[in-house]
Design a protein around this ligand. Structure first.
Ligand code: FES
Length: 99
């Protein structure tokens, strides 16, 4: 089942918005014109990532400053789990997820 999150026309570089789907917090970002969807939860200790800083495609968690590649999801520090990147789906003029 497709769950729409946003209209494509509203996506632009720097876009950042959180959603809740089935009790899961999600964060949709547009980085270098590419939409990226991830769980809004830092794999380190669970902080929300909506206020994370972004440099290129590196997301830095506001709580303890760990950094993650948005391209791979991987943590840039050894020993930390990866971001939970979520596949995006498209239907008509909307972007969303397939449940
Ligand atoms: S909770 Fe994100 S770096 Fe610790």
């Amino acid at each position: 089942m497709f769950v729409a999150l946003e209209r494509l026309i509203n996506l632009h570089d720097g876009y950042r918005k959180t959603f809740r789907v089935n009790g899961q917090a999600l964060l949709l970002l547009v980085v270098d014109n590419r939409p990226v969807l991830l769980e809004d939860r830092c794999p380190h200790q669970g902080a929300p990532l909506a206020a994370a800083t972004l440099e290129g495609d590196v997301l830095r968690c506001p709580r303890h400053g760990l950094s993650f590649s948005l391209a791979s999801g991987r943590a840039l520090q050894p020993g930390c789990a990866a971001l939970n990147l979520i596949s995006l789906a498209y239907e008509g003029d909307r972007i969303g997820i397939d449940l």
